[in-house]
Unconditional design. Structure first.
Length: 404
């Protein structure tokens, strides 16, 4: 188990999604859906499925058949547009790595790791030096890293139709901002000096706890709910300028918000399932500084995220065609960001998804592939918007004990 945990820690470091909106707050927030849930519009809190490994609801894996392992990856191409110019960038990152160990008698241990925030961003601004070298007199700003979520919990299936779960979540990580002023020969000759600044926010480990329920009151209907406490990590800020040592500016405590949510799923036909989730977080009392500002510089807003998805369950019988054995998924998610823009206006995101799952025999796992198209922000309201296309690949493998 120690080797498994070490592997999860090594794999789960955030890795550059490069959203310019991630410059504020803690960066882009990740709720922790597995790839299956993402392709279903970020749903899974109330879905009974043997391959459900959604992090939000500790009971999501209560209906797993045997031991499960899961890993998924996302690769995105993003276009950022401010109305005058468009910039494109590419980012690839791990979405989740998780393990569910079956102990028998309905008990299972879940261990997961996934990025909780992604603070990666990059942009370039011209510096008005008065010289004609406008393309060389620039301010370059770049953010890296983020917080990682480490999860350990227990799920228990009390019968054929209900299960409960509880888990502890550890948050840890750091956020780094690099700022560089670069000047051409003309500006340099008149005293403009190229400098570099580095600012790091280092978060000590902090714990939160969650409980969840998953039930199937009717053969075609299931629902679930969860509640998660907030976390209060201590944050140490250090600052460095060109040629200088790190200066520790002080330590503060940040109170991250609690969350609660619910979900439901219904088979509208014997093979077509409709899923829906809603999750709320209370961010309005949270304040944290980002480049060059005091805590509380930005007002955060409470968020209510919702998603809806449609899934076709595969047919496992001798007469089933190869296409009938595939899992087809599509979804839509509405994702308001907790940060606001420079004018205090909210930033909203929507995402449409589609994908297919290839079962590895019956109840032996799944290979998932999918794509998403989304947009965040608005040029009319925020002065800036991003569009992106994401491609996803995930593997879920199960070990099912032979029955005698």
């Amino acid at each position: 188990m120690g080797a498994v945990c070490a592997g999860l820690v090594a794999l789960a470091a955030p890795a550059g999604a490069e959203s310019v909106f991630a410059r504020e707050g803690l960066g882009e927030w990740n709720d922790g859906y597995d790839l299956r849930g993402i392709l279903l519009g970020s749903t899974g809190i109330g879905t009974v499925d043997p391959n459900n490994l959604t992090t939000l609801n500790p009971a999501s894996s209560a209906f797993a058949i045997g031991t499960l392992g899961h890993a998924s990856f996302l690769s995105s191409v993003r276009w950022t547009d401010d109305g005058t110019a468009t910039a494109r960038d590419l980012g690839t990152n791990l979405n989740q790595v998780s393990l569910h160990l079956d102990f028998g008698r309905g008990f299972g241990l879940r261990v997961m790791a996934a990025p909780a925030t992604d603070a990666s961003y990059a942009f370039v601004q011209s510096v008005p030096t008065g010289f004609e070298e406008i393309e060389t007199d620039v301010r370059r700003e770049e953010g890296t890293r983020g917080l990682t979520r480490y999860v350990a919990g227990m799920a228990w299936r009390g019968g054929r139709n209900w299960g409960v779960g509880a888990q502890a979540v550890i948050l840890a990580g750091s956020i780094v901002d690099h700022t560089r002023f670069v000047f051409g020969d003309s500006a340099a000759a008149h005293g403009w000096k190229s400098i570099e600044e580095r600012r790091e926010l280092r978060f000590d480990t902090a714990a939160s706890f969650a409980v969840g329920l998953l039930a199937r009151p009717l053969p075609r209907v299931s629902f679930g709910a969860f509640f998660s406490t907030g976390a209060s990590p201590s944050v140490t800020e250090t600052f460095r300028t060109s040629g200088e040592d790190d200066i520790e500016r002080g330590t503060a405590e940040v109170d991250l918000p609690p969350a609660f949510g619910a979900g439901a799923a219904i088979f509208i036909t014997p093979r077509w399932r409709l899923c829906g989730d809603v999750v709320q977080r209370t961010w309005e009392d949270v304040a944290i500084a980002r480049p060059g500002g005091e805590a509380g510089e930005r007002d955060f807003r409470n968020t209510t995220r919702w998603g809806i998805g449609l899934e076709r369950i595969p047919a496992f019988n001798r007469d089933a065609t190869p296409l009938a054995s595939l899992v087809w998924r599509a979804g839509f998610a509405w994702i308001p960001w907790y940060v606001s823009d420079a004018n205090g206006d909210g930033i909203d995101e929507w995402r449409a998804t589609a994908g297919v799952g290839v079962p590895i025999q019956q109840n032996r796992g799944m290979i998932d592939i999918g794509a998403a198209y989304g947009r965040r922000g608005s040029r009319a309201e925020n002065g800036l918007e991003e569009q992106y296309v994401s491609f996803a690949l995930g593997f879920t493998f199960a070990r099912v004990l032979r029955e005698y």
